[in-house]
Design a protein around this ligand. Structure first.
Ligand code: SF4
Length: 439
């Protein structure tokens, strides 16, 4: 709605209680999504009903998990990342059968936590499947995961009685119930409402999913959508249509986070499917893969996709110590692009030689990009060495620069008065280079 259309619905008291100078200013701010209707205490019920829907986000924010296990999904407003940025990274739920849910299986999923580019990344949930068909087995497994698991829970069963048995053990963990279908939606919606947990709604195509969501939403609205698509191409096509209809058309039945279940037993292919669903546009993916070597590439892909393209990933330009440094420790120089910094830092750490790293200010760009843009030059590096008072922190007068900018060796020696040593171009060569030259 335009600001003028919204203005016509407001009380026009111009009382300023909403923080705006006039009702018209408030209407304009509301149209631009810079304020919310609840700031006006005098808005009528009719106004709230009309504007509430118009002002609501195109995709509802839905949470699974509780406490430090909570994960947020949805609240996305764009189709393409370069339009702005994606908000909530896709959650990964690792499938585990209730009749194989022992301590070792829980620990294996708990262990899917990694340090990458200075951040801790992990999977997000256990997807507990009722493979046994037995309510007591399912409930016991839910209790074990709630007690020992580090992540949120997705409860996967067709039978509402089985789901309720598990909810009695783990409702405080706010698990996602999967799923309300055409056969069971009434019971599942009542359960979700009773235990105040999110509910997945599963159709068998776009039309049936839309109809089903409309029915369920009359009872409960903390929903996640599964269109029931099978296979990579159909799944991506339907996930894309759901996102487009929600964001571009504000089609309310699809205004919830979407999810996909990888439908293959091949763990490696599960990762391939999950990568596709992450790209377009699943908020939650259930997959059967729990080897670290399978999950880390997936998490890396998610990190890349959910990095805000308008905010380069960077570390603070400064001098950093690696190991038990002394004034005699060597100095390595790189840029402050996070990926470059942490790649170099990882390789240098593995050499087990105490040393300093300086991360020069290049606005979060990599070595060659920064050099080409004139941000990583002999002048800039020499000036930064002065700025951080390197001369008084380090007794050595030798600095190591990346092999890709070997061309600035002479100029940097001239500008800084330090001896410049050229390292290998690739970070993978740094460990051997450091051991050979500085151990
Ligand atoms: Fe107008 Fe409501 Fe703001 Fe008062 S609080 S100025 S009535 S919009």
């Amino acid at each position: 709605m335009t600001g003028i259309e919204i203005f016509k619905l407001l009380p026009k008291k111009n009382c300023k209680e909403c923080g705006q100078a006039t009702c018209l200013a408030f209407a304009m701010a509301l149209a631009a999504a810079k304020t919310s209707l609840d700031k006006c205490p005098y808005a009528s019920d009719a106004c709230k009903e009309t504007l509430g829907g118009a002002a609501a986000p195109p995709i509802k924010l839905v949470k699974i998990g509780a406490g430090d296990k909570v994960r947020e999904m949805g609240d996305e407003t764009i189709i393409f990342r370069h339009d702005k940025s994606f908000v909530h990274p896709t959650c990964y739920a690792i499938e585990i059968d209730d009749n194989a849910c022992n301590d070792a299986a829980i620990d294996a999923i708990n262990g899917l936590v990694f340090e990458r580019v200075g951040q801790t990344v992990s999977v997000d949930a256990f997807a507990l499947k009722n493979a046994s068909g037995d309510a007591a087995t399912f409930a016991a497994a839910a209790k074990a995961i709630a007690t020992k698991g580090k992540f949120a829970i997705v409860l996967m069963a067709d039978n509402a009685d089985v789901i309720e048995a598990a909810l009695k053990e783990c409702a405080a963990e706010k698990p996602l119930v999967y799923a309300a279908t055409e056969q069971n939606w009434g019971q599942m919606a009542e359960l979700a409402k009773k235990y105040e947990v999110p509910l997945a709604v599963k159709g068998h195509d776009l039309n049936s999913t839309s109809d089903l969501v409309e029915q369920v939403a009359k009872v409960y609205t903390d929903l996640v959508i599964d269109t029931g698509a099978q296979g990579l191409s159909q799944q991506i096509a339907e996930l894309t249509q759901v996102r487009r209809l929600a964001v571009k058309k504000k089609y309310r039945p699809f205004g919830y986070p979407s999810m996909a279940v990888a439908d293959t037993d091949d763990a490696q292919y599960n990762v391939v499917l999950a990568t596709g669903y992450t790209s377009k546009y699943a908020s939650l993916v259930v997959l059967k893969a729990c080897e670290k070597s399978q999950i880390l590439p997936l998490l890396s892909w998610r990190m890349n996709l959910y990095t805000d393209p308008q905010k380069p990933s960077q570390v603070v330009p400064d001098i950093y110590s690696i190991g038990d440094t002394s004034p005699d420790s060597p100095v390595f120089c790189t840029t402050n692009f996070s990926l470059t910094y942490y790649s170099v830092e990882g390789e240098l750490s593995s050499a087990k030689v105490p040393l300093y790293m300086i991360a020069a200010p290049t606005d979060g760009t990599s070595v060659l990009t920064a050099y080409a843009a004139g941000k990583f030059t002999a002048d800039n590096v020499a000036a930064f060495m002065k700025e951080i008072d390197l001369e008084n922190k380090v007794a050595t007068r030798t600095i190591v620069i990346p092999g890709y900018v070997a061309v600035m060796k002479g100029a940097l020696e001239e500008k800084s008065g330090w001896k410049v040593v050229v390292a290998p171009s690739e970070a993978s060569g740094l460990r051997a280079f450091t051991k050979a030259n500085f151990a």
